[in-house]
Ligand binder design. Structure first.
Ligand SMILES: *Cc1c(COP(=O)(O)O)cnc(C)c1O
Length: 361
């Protein structure tokens, strides 16, 4: 069977080094906010090209921490793509702010910058972009709007570690960016993990406190904080895997290119990228009118696929107030999208097999 993602195989490549580093943490007797967290924060900030990185418990809380630290009030509006993973939107709701959904561009699946301005009101405080499926958002128009209306820009970079726009990596394209290190992400740990990157020293300081009960000094609480820390074992594992991130992303690019060059089936719409460095192919999403039948057919031929995502946020039960709204592009994407296997441990033989099987559909 060709698995969608073989996490065991991915981590097995680093077994020796991970074993050693976990043992070191165990032996150190210090398990939270210690040397490993500090070291990984330094290395990940350097990788992204930002001045600061703050480890936290997961990607959702990375975004939550950013919004909390920016100090928005109840009812403030934050613009977000309508087809994102639910976590981007939950982080806004969690802070009492109002998510304002904007349709994506059908070609890139990223937020359509030309549809943002009409959604800006006096209550709008920020634009949250999501580098969906691993492709960096083309930021130019977003930056211009932010300047014109005095808005903050937040990146959800949970799917795009290492993607590049105009020579800069994701995480370094906005006021602050949230990353997830969930095991299946391009850079993943052995459990939950996340971080915030930013060039804003004051914001970084505040997030550092908020992630730790709102205190810099133990038992001195200056903010009503939360507990959202990256533990030492996960930081150590991430530090090992960070060294391979560029190689891993390049392997994903090789698979994506092979798919694009070799899938020749008129029923299938292939993903597009405006620049090869812009995409790190967290997900290789194709579209077809006959999605469910294609997924069954691939399964019968030993190929595992997934759907990112089957239900759009505005149709979710938890956002009943939006259930009657219409986002035709978002809905079309959710009905037609299918994610093919792609990972740093997928072989080119497997990739060729997937192409052959799809071309016979
Ligand atoms: C995975 C993901 C998140 C949330 O990350 P967790 O670590 O699972 O909380 C947020 N946004 C996007 C786009 C994601 O893919």
């Amino acid at each position: 069977m060709i698995k969608f993602l073989d996490l065991y195989k991915i981590n097995e490549r680093h077994r020796k080094e991970i074993d050693t580093r976990i043992k070191q943490v165990l032996d150190s007797g210090w398990y939270l906010l210690g040397k490993e967290d500090e070291n990984f924060e330094k290395n990940f900030a350097a990788y992204c090209g930002t001045k600061h990185c703050i480890g936290c418990a997961n990607g959702l809380e990375a975004l939550t921490l950013i919004i909390r630290a920016m100090g928005f009030n109840k009812g403030d509006e934050i613009i977000v793509p309508a087809n994102t993973y639910i976590a981007s939107i939950l982080a806004i709701s969690e802070n009492g702010c109002t998510p304002v959904l904007v349709e994506p561009d059908i070609k890139t699946y990223n937020i359509d910058p030309d549809l943002i301005e009409e959604k800006i009101t006096p209550k709008t405080k920020a634009i949250m972009v999501v580098h969906l499926y691993g492709q960096a958002v083309e930021m130019e128009k977003i930056w211009n709007l932010a300047e014109k209306y005095n808005l903050k820009v937040i990146e959800d970079s949970a799917q795009a570690h290492g993607a590049i726009y105009q020579g800069k990596r994701t995480g370094n394209l906005s006021d602050a960016s949230g990353f997830s290190f969930y095991p299946g992400k391009n850079l993943g740990c052995l459990g939950d993990g996340g971080c915030v990157t930013t060039n804003d020293a004051e914001l970084a300081q505040k997030i550092r406190a908020i992630r730790n009960y709102g205190s810099h000094i133990k038992y001195h609480n200056i903010y009503k904080g939360i507990n959202s820390r990256l533990d030492e074992i996960q930081a150590a594992v991430l530090d090992v895997k960070l060294k391979e991130l560029d190689n891993d992303n390049n392997h994903r690019r090789k698979i994506a290119k092979y798919y694009i060059d070799n899938i020749k089936n008129p029923e299938i719409i292939l993903p597009e990228t405006y620049d090869k460095d812009a995409h790190v192919w967290h997900i290789f999403a194709i579209r077809t009118k006959d999605r469910n039948r294609l997924q069954e057919y691939l399964k019968d031929n030993g190929i595992q696929t997934l759907i990112h995502y089957p239900i759009p946020p505005h149709k979710q039960e938890c956002y009943k107030e939006w259930n009657n709204l219409s986002f035709p592009i978002t809905e079309k994407i959710h009905n037609e999208i299918l994610s093919l296997p792609i990972s740093p441990v997928m072989t080119m033989e497997e990739t060729a097999t997937v192409c052959k099987v799809i071309n016979k559909f």
